[in-house]
Structure formats: C-alpha cells, structure tokens
Design a protein around this ligand. Structure first.
Ligand SMILES: [Zn+2]
Length: 176
C-alpha cells in the first residue's frame, strides 16, 4: 500500500507545522500583561475605576481584568490572534497556510463561546482591540468606563446579546 505523497503528513494523515522564522517569533509572544493591556489598565485606573487581574470567572474564561462591582469583563484582544479586521491575517500563505486558517477559526470560535459563557453567568463582556489601545489609550479607557456605566443599568444586562459583545469598530482610518 503506497504511502501518502505529501512528505509533511503526520502519522495520522494530518498536516503538521513546518518551522518558519515568523513562527518562532510568534511562539515567543506574551499572552498576559502585554504592553497594550498594561497601558489600558493604567488609564482605567486613572479614571478611578478599580479592577482585578486575570481572574478565572467562568470555566476557561480569564479576562484580562474584571470590574467585579459592575460584572464587567474586559479583554484586550491582540489584533493578530483574534483577527482584527485591519491587522488580522487576511490570506494564509506558506507551508502552514491550512493550519493557520484552522487555528484562527478556532480562536474566533473560542472567543464567541467564552462571550456566551460569560453572558450566561451574568457578565458584560467588553473586547477592545490592541490597536485601539495603541491609537488612543485614554479613549479606550473611556470605553471601559462607559461599559461599566451601562452594565449598571438593569436593562443593559438583558438587552445585550451574548453573541455580540460590545466591540467598537476597529479601523485605523476611523479618526481621520
Ligand atoms: Zn487591529
């Protein structure tokens, strides 16, 4: 019986990652306390809001910080990994293209699932793109403040859909 022609098929017939220069750079990434995350926390603190870091508030859901008083969970989403419309990967190229596509799809699915889990547990979810923080950290902090104010209103909890967390449009040309 002939073996599959592709030389990078794993033992179970699945494609396997091919080491690339870009890949080794990405593996070294931080996932907690990234620079935008720290900058946003500082700005939010400057507005007088208090929060707790990296608390697991639902199974597999650890927001970057939570404003427990308002049951507001804040994530600073990296543009690359979470697929920001401006900076996310648009085409998949190179030897790992299919694996990248699958990985990014899995990331998106996980984000949506976590949003739903948190909404069911009574949390308001605010996701802010890394590039929004980089562009204007004060403005990003005000988004957190507004979300906290909205979360305080009793109607806000039932009105917000778990599938559509507050996520302002991401565009570097927005403020032209
Ligand atoms: Zn972005």
């Amino acid at each position: 019986m002939p073996l599959p022609a592709a030389d990078r098929q794993g033992s179970h017939g699945k494609p396997t990652w091919v080491p690339t220069e870009a890949g080794s750079h990405l593996r070294a990434r931080r996932t907690k306390n990234t620079r935008p995350e720290v900058a946003l926390r500082r700005a939010v603190h400057g507005l007088g809001l208090r929060f707790r870091l990296h608390q697991t508030i639902a199974p597999r859901c650890t927001p970057d910080f939570v404003l427990a008083r308002w049951r507001l969970a804040v994530f600073v989403d990296g543009c690359f990994w979470h697929g920001c419309p401006v900076h996310g990967m648009k085409e998949y190229r190179g030897p790992n293209a299919e694996l990248w596509r699958q990985k990014m799809e899995a990331n998106r699915t996980r984000d949506r699932r976590n949003d739903a889990t948190l909404a069911e547990a009574g949390w308001t979810v605010l996701r802010i793109w890394e590039c929004q923080v980089r562009r204007d950290v004060e403005e990003a902090a005000v988004l957190v403040q507004r979300a906290a104010q909205d979360a305080q209103r009793p109607s806000a909890a039932s009105a917000s859909s778990s599938r559509a967390p507050a996520r302002p449009a991401c565009s570097s040309t927005q403020r032209a």
